[in-house]
Ligand binder design. Structure first.
Ligand code: FCB
Length: 447
């Protein structure tokens, strides 16, 4: 057995998001978000589930912070619900909403856990969706106002703020494919949403800086997947390249290079007025931390599908989980690619990585989730390999701290290193949680 040691001060953490864990959807002055609206519509979420209660983190945050401390987490990445702070999206601030995040942050700091606050994890205020949502450029300015309020209030204690989690998912699943809130199926709306999300990152970057009480690092987290062609044929290789442009380059290029491949898409050329206005790309390219969320790769073939003319395939003989292929070397490939193609001057971190496992309590109350341990072991080893090959990865956050509401799939997929009994809401640390705690203590893994 060899031990793969990580650099000193490597940030080991876990991540969650507001709608997936908080519950208390209409408590203490919170306004409705598009996820409240969407999940209350019949037929949108598996088994008619919703995040009204979720795992009730809003009321149980103290116990949850205690759990994080027991696991030895150095950092915790959580998201702030915009509608707790500004129930209508803009305008009147709700002090009770700010007070919740005060309590959470203060508790974390008492336990020496560094707060990594994310401003947006899919839960747009319904009031802003009623004015067009992300396809409306004005939403980007509303987001900057919200970012200013949070920065003004929390940066006396919070030193790391992420603007967005996976803007591509917000835009494409929400407005192009319609599987996520607000459930719109309109490809041009998806492309407009993506640009305005990125623009809002740039505007928020400036607003956070201007209001900050001390030097803060400002990041964004992106879902990135290596794209493989299903065969060696020219049409499949081109299909993989188009999807790569839409998923990876559409976010990496503007943030790290100040260019955008979406201007080349026929669909964007057809829009009546220019989507990307003068000065937008300069604004977007401001970043201190790039967070990589990695779960899987995609294998693509040429097919009849809007915008990209491609479809995913699932080759025989590979290993799959409840949602995706399990492909550890992909995390290495994506980190190396960012390093080689973009030479980023910002910090790099893995802000999400994990696997859904159909866990359950065994006869003795333990959760033996060996498959998750194996997944983590193999992926963390690939992160180590990237560091060894010169990529200065600064941290690794597991998705997720605890089982939670997995969007359109409801409570089916369990991603936590802490098991949650959804009837009693009791938390139980899984074997993977104990394993991860040891990784943190050792600052490394044994392989
Ligand atoms: C990511 C999301 C997170 C969760 C995991 C499984 O794309 O950021 O909320 O859904 O996938």
């Amino acid at each position: 057995m060899t031990t793969l040691k990580f650099p000193k001060n490597f940030v080991w953490g876990a991540a969650t998001s507001a709608y997936q864990i908080e519950g208390a959807w209409n408590v203490d002055g919170k306004g409705p978000s598009i996820w409240d609206t969407f999940s209350h519509k019949p037929g949108k979420i598996a088994n008619g589930e919703n995040g009204d209660v979720a795992v009730d983190h809003y009321h149980r945050y103290k116990d949850d912070v205690k759990l994080m401390a027991d696991l030895g987490l150095r950092a915790y990445r959580f998201s702030i619900a915009w509608t707790r702070i500004l129930p209508e999206g803009t305008g009147k601030v709700n002090p009770k909403g700010l007070a919740f995040y005060d309590r959470l942050v203060d508790d974390m700091l008492k336990q020496d856990i560094e707060p990594y606050a994310c401003l947006f994890h899919y839960d747009l205020p319904q009031a802003l969706q009623d004015q067009g949502g992300w396809p409306n450029r004005k939403t980007a300015y509303a987001f900057a106002e919200y970012a200013r309020v949070v920065s003004d209030h929390l940066t006396d204690r919070v030193k790391v703020i992420f603007t967005h989690n996976e803007p591509w998912v917000t835009a494409v699943l929400g407005y192009f494919l319609g599987d996520h809130a607000p459930g719109i199926k309109d490809p041009p709306a998806g492309i407009k949403a993506l640009h305005h999300l990125l623009l809002s990152h740039g505007l928020a970057y400036e607003a956070i800086r201007a209001a900050a009480k001390q030097p803060v690092k400002i990041g964004i987290t992106l879902n990135l997947n290596p794209m493989y062609p299903a065969t060696d044929s020219k049409i499949d290789r081109e299909a993989a390249m188009r999807v790569d442009a839409l998923v990876n380059r559409s976010v990496l290029d503007p943030l790290l290079k100040g260019t955008s491949p979406i201007q080349e898409f026929a669909l964007v050329k057809m829009l009546s007025r220019s989507l990307i206005e003068a000065g937008d790309l300069e604004k977007i390219k401001q970043l201190d931390i790039l967070g990589v969320n990695y779960y899987s790769r995609s294998v693509l073939k040429h097919a009849n599908f809007p915008l990209v003319s491609a479809a995913q395939t699932f080759p025989e003989g590979n290993e799959y989980s409840g949602m995706w292929e399990i492909f550890p070397q992909g995390i290495y490939e994506i980190l190396m690619r960012i390093w080689k193609d973009y030479h980023p001057s910002c910090e790099l971190m893995v802000t999400e990585n994990g696997v859904p496992v159909p866990d359950g309590l065994d006869f003795d109350g333990r959760v033996r989730d060996e498959r998750r341990i194996r997944y983590l072991q193999n992926h963390i080893a690939q992160v180590h390999r990237a560091i060894k090959d010169g990529v200065p990865v600064k941290g690794y956050f597991h998705w997720s701290l605890m089982d939670n509401f997995e969007w359109a799939l409801g409570y089916g997929p369990r991603f936590g290193i802490v098991y949650v009994d959804y009837k009693t809401l009791k938390r139980t640390v899984k074997d993977s949680g104990r394993w991860f705690a040891k990784v943190i203590r050792d600052n490394g893994i044994k392989i």
